[in-house]
Design a protein around this ligand. Structure first.
Ligand code: CA
Length: 224
């Protein structure tokens, strides 16, 4: 694959370059935001590894401009540990996945494989989990072929979870991504919405789809 790394810390940039080249990828490194945006717009990359804090233009702005320009190159965002607001903002801007620093190289490779498998057009891609299917463009959700009617908020919630199927999405990340600021909503609002969503998408089903990870968050998994 051709991979663009946008990272201003020289040590980290070199580490990424060397590691990715060892895996036989071809790597281009940009050390500031403007150069990164330029490279991303000009080059044909299979994936972009993007740091958030960058000189000249931050990672969010790069994603926003790329997506506004219909550039759908898969983007894996690197954030500081526990930067929940950053993660939510990144997902909202259109990144495909994120990794918090410090991370293992094995995990980085796995995430890169996952985002590139999704095909480079995350917006248009139909999401599936078990009998559930969600079409982000037509905003239609079906279960075993029959349409499930959801409210706007329920749809947002389900889309967020389905995009990261198989991984736990922390409560704070969900709240930030769906409602914006965590201050505005009550303590159990998320749980209430999850239970409404469950009653619609799991009604009469043998297997649960939405799983509660106690004290952490929620995750979608095909088999319980
Ligand atoms: Ca940085």
């Amino acid at each position: 694959m051709r991979i663009l790394v946008v990272e201003d810390e020289r040590g980290m940039a070199e580490l990424l370059r060397r590691g990715l080249e060892e895996e036989h990828h071809s790597v281009c490194v940009a050390m500031d935001g403007l150069t990164g945006l330029d490279e991303a717009e000009g080059g044909e990359f299979d994936a972009i590894v993007l740091d958030v804090m960058l000189p000249k233009m931050d990672g969010f702005e790069i994603v926003r401009r790329l997506r506004a320009g219909k550039n759908q190159t898969p983007i894996l965002m690197l954030t500081a540990r526990d930067a929940v607001a950053d993660i939510a903002r990144g997902l909202d801007a259109g990144v495909d996945d994120y990794l918090t620093k410090p991370f293992s190289f094995v995990e980085l490779l796995a995430r890169l494989r996952a985002v590139t498998r999704r095909g480079g057009s995350p917006v248009a891609l139909r999401l599936e989990a078990g009998e559930l299917a969600l079409d982000p463009q037509s905003r239609v959700v079906t279960r075993a072929g029959s349409e499930v009617r959801l409210t706007v908020t329920e749809f947002k919630l389900l889309e967020l979870l389905m995009r990261r199927a198989g991984r736990v999405v922390p409560r704070e990340v969900i709240v930030e991504a769906v409602w914006g600021t965590a201050d505005d909503i009550g303590e159990n609002t998320l749980d209430v919405f999850i239970s409404m969503l469950r009653s619609k998408v799991e009604k009469g089903a043998e297997n649960k789809v939405i799983h509660t990870i106690r004290g952490v968050g929620y995750m979608i998994r095909e088999r319980g």
